[in-house]
Design a protein around this ligand. Structure first.
Ligand SMILES: C[S@@+](CC[C@H](N)C(=O)[O-])C[C@H]1O[C@@H](n2cnc3c(N)ncnc32)[C@H](O)[C@@H]1O
Length: 305
């Protein structure tokens, strides 16, 4: 049987993600994503496209001041609320579209975090505008997506060539410039397939969307697999050479401008030095700014591995 949309695969996804994430989340994307997110204590966080909300709840437990998970899928939000009820963390869950975050006031969020959801949003530009609206002037937007240069769904593939003593791995990509949506198949049981839509955009388009919303990129990371992925996933060792995911941090343009004007601050931030160093740099620059010193990812061939 074929099912379509996020609601149709929500239960299967929830069972797979649990409270820790599946293999690709837990041991590939999340370690880098969470490192870029950084400490969350005292922060007001919005988890955009939260799915079953396992990270939303983790941030609530880690001492965030408030955490709201939003998702357009009614079934996913129901499952997230069910988990929250069974083991309360303080997280809240709202069903709404990413382009209209109703109930989230302007400038009320310190961190919008979105793990592996943005490439699945039909109106990514509108969603990023909405992110910029809810972000506080010193807020940050951290998101992970399928790598726009290396993971183009059916237009990218591994090529493995074997010579006598060595193996060479290539990632073949075609039609990179063509932005389009494609259906992603998920094998949800022996006889059932679920399909969801995903949208390829070029790297330049992502940066353009951010700039149009008044946000600029200050950091990019390309997650590398932990040994568990290399051991367990058929693609694991290829991922050591070529990344399939991208983690991006963007901040309001005004803030980035302020950081540029106070060079040491930006350098301290960029190199993710300790909170103490960041604060020292901020003191040197005479600015308080933002340097407070606080400190199934997709997607293998449908099985997510
Ligand atoms: C690949 S899942 C990621 C979920 C979660 N962040 C995780 O890592 O497990 C993408 C999520 O985006 C949500 N989504 C898709 N379109 C949306 C929209 N327009 N507004 C809000 N959420 C949306 C889906 O319902 C789905 O839960």
């Amino acid at each position: 049987m074929i099912r379509r949309g996020w609601d149709a695969i929500a239960r299967w996804r929830d069972a797979r993600m649990g409270e820790e994430g599946d293999l690709w989340h837990r041991a590939l994307v999340d370690p880098t994503f969470l490192r870029v997110v950084g400490p969350v204590r005292g922060r007001r966080i919005l988890d955009l496209g939260c799915g079953n909300g396992y990270l939303t709840r983790r941030w609530a437990r880690a001492g965030a001041r408030s955490v709201v998970g939003v998702d357009a899928s009614r079934a996913s939000i129901a499952l997230a609320r069910g988990r929250e009820k069974a083991r309360p963390s303080g997280a809240r869950f709202l069903r709404c579209d990413s382009t209209r975050l109703t109930g989230i006031p302007d400038g009320s969020v310190d961190l919008v975090a979105s793990n592996m959801a943005l490439m699945d949003l039909e109106d990514a530009a509108g969603s990023i505008r909405e992110v910029a609206r809810v972000l506080s002037p010193t807020g940050r937007f951290v998101f992970s997506i399928c790598h726009p240069c290396f993971d183009l769904d059916d237009r990218s593939m591994w090529v493995v060539e074997r010579q006598l003593y060595r193996e060479q791995v290539w990632r073949k990509v075609s039609n990179y410039r063509e932005e389009r949506s494609v259906e992603v198949p998920w094998k949800i049981s022996e006889s059932d397939w679920g399909y969801t839509l995903t949208y390829h955009r070029t790297l330049a388009t992502w940066v353009r969307y951010l700039r149009a919303a008044g946000l600029v990129v200050v950091r990019m990371e390309e997650p590398a697999p932990l040994p568990e992925v290399v051991r367990k996933s058929p693609q694991g060792r290829f991922l050591l050479e070529i990344p399939l995911h991208l983690v991006v941090e963007a901040v309001p343009l005004r803030l980035a401008g302020a950081a540029r004007a106070t060079g040491p601050q930006l350098r301290a931030r960029g190199s993710r030095t300790s909170g103490r160093t960041s604060r020292a740099a901020a003191r040197r620059s005479g600015s308080r700014g933002r340097m407070r010193g606080t400190g199934s990812a997709r997607r293998g061939p449908t099985t997510g591995s």
